[in-house]
Design a protein around this ligand. Structure first.
Ligand code: AMP
Length: 206
């Protein structure tokens, strides 16, 4: 089963896959974190990716597709979850060439709430765990004791650019997947646990 996660930045896609992984065996294709891994290598490609990310722009689709094809090349899992992909019509067309989308989970959250969450978000520099300043004011990861940091693109200026890019390029995909009958909308203003329960129910039905 191939599942895509759609939703504005800050709607909880990363938190959801983190929570789902405790209950479900799946291959996670998280483009954003694969791109951040490339940046961490310090490569020329990583520098190019960082320059786009720091401006809140989408990374070129050919780079994104390379990342995805690498992830899928030795996949043995029957469930694949695409987090943060596709983000444009071009990418959705590319995905259609590789596989069928069986389920599109749309985490619906207002922009104002998404911004509040982004401003509160912390990510572990060691294990990638996503948490909040409220939960971890000491900046120590509760999973691995690593240092919690603020993502370089989690500033109000860059977040607003990413929201605009989401509105223009990603939001139209909601209609596309609704029309093809695979879209399920989830109220992402609920707690992570409530969102997890709602999504688990949907996956079981599908
Ligand atoms: P995310 O971790 O999903 O919030 O993504 C962080 C940044 O990575 C985005 O603002 C883009 O610059 C880049 N990115 C993530 N996913 C994609 C994608 N599917 N296509 C292009 N760029 C992406």
């Amino acid at each position: 089963m191939n599942i895509v996660l759609l939703g504005i930045q800050g709607s909880g896609k990363g938190t959801l896959v983190q929570d789902l992984s405790k209950h479900l065996d799946f291959l996670l294709v998280s483009v954003g974190s694969s791109l951040r891994d490339e940046i961490a290598t310090g490569s020329k490609l990583g520098k190019l990716i960082k320059s786009k990310m720091d401006k809140g722009e989408l990374v070129d689709t050919n780079i994104v597709m390379d990342t995805i094809n690498k992830k899928l090349s030795d996949n043995k899992k029957s469930i694949v979850i695409f987090d943060g992909f596709p983000r444009s019509r071009e990418q959705a067309d590319e995905l259609d060439k590789i596989c069928n989308v069986d389920l599109a989970i749309y985490l619906n959250l207002k922009k104002e709430d998404a911004l509040k969450r982004i401003m509160n978000r912390l990510t572990c520099s060691k294990c990638g765990n996503i948490t909040t300043r409220v939960k971890c004011p000491d900046l120590v990861c509760p999973v691995c004791n690593g240092k919690l940091t603020v993502r370089s693109d989690d500033t109000p200026e860059v977040a607003n650019k990413r929201f605009e890019q989401y509105r223009l390029e990603t939001e139209p995909l909601i209609k596309r997947y609704r029309e093809s009958g695979v879209l399920v909308e989830i109220d992402a203003s609920k707690t992570p646990n409530e969102v997890l329960k709602a999504v688990m129910k949907v996956i079981k039905w599908t």
